[in-house]
Design a protein around this ligand. Sequence first.
Ligand code: NCD
Length: 326
Amino acid sequence: MSNTHFQLDRQGRLLHFLTIEGLKRHHLIEILDTAESLRGVAERRVKKLPTLHGKTVVNLFFEASTRTRTTFELAAKRLSADVLTLNIATSSAVKGESLLDTLRNIEAMQCDMFVVRHEQSGAAEFIARHVKPHIAVLNAGDGRHAHPTQAMLDVFTIRRHKPAFEALQVAIVGDILHSRVARSLIHALGILGTPDIRVIAPRTLLPVDVEKLGVRVFDNPTIGLRGVDVIVMLRLQKERMAGALLPSEREFFQCYGLTEERLALAKPDAIVMHPGPINRGVEIDSRVADGPRSVILEQVTNGIAARMAIMSITLGNHARPTGEQI
Ligand code: NCD
């Protein structure tokens, strides 16, 4: 797709947050360290910092979302921004004119940041290319392309349990083909130096050339899960499936579902992750989802700190006078 450096200014600082691809290790570490320092805000009596006081953040959600939308909203509020959330029913394509029209109208309300979720890949970048230069655009998921804030909350959660990325074995299981979460996470883990990233799925749910992302491919979880430190389960994204790629959900669970027996193949201290929403009995057994190795709800909590970090870094870079933009 597009020029992945578009989100950086001439000094290489983040102005927008559109994709993990093309970022450097120091960008990710800055986000992780900032998120770590912001995580404590939730434990305070007054859960607020003045960082974005006087700024207006607009959540533009053209596609359904629960966790991402609400944690973005909370993140902005905890940084003292004024927040507006628009759930916009959408047609199947980015309608150049109408999207730009929506944008111009919201821009006219003097906003400082757009958080965009859209079913079309490239929508957030399209918006970033057309907004006024003082506005930061964050991608909250675009089609099958990218979900960079989810990747950051995922690696943040991993680092809190397993700090050495250079020694990690990570398995991502399920519908990789339709998953923007998997793509962004694979890029983030690669940039952070993870030597062993595995994808486990039937061939019908893997992108062509998936190996080019630097992963090892397994179609058998009994082999692929052996000895891993982290297991990331993915939902079957049926709304993105054009035809029948699977015999049945029951069969998928039998072949790939994460049960206690399969979890036992991983390291004894392995963690189980899932971006949500989970489908119990389809990709994951309830005993695993609610069990002691699951960090699924921790991911939700960490999403607030990760998004606070990304918001304060990008808006901070916009505010600096030397932040000359491309
Ligand atoms: C994911 C998404 O929307 O891409 N969910 C999320 O953001 N927490 C994954 C999914 O929908 O399965």
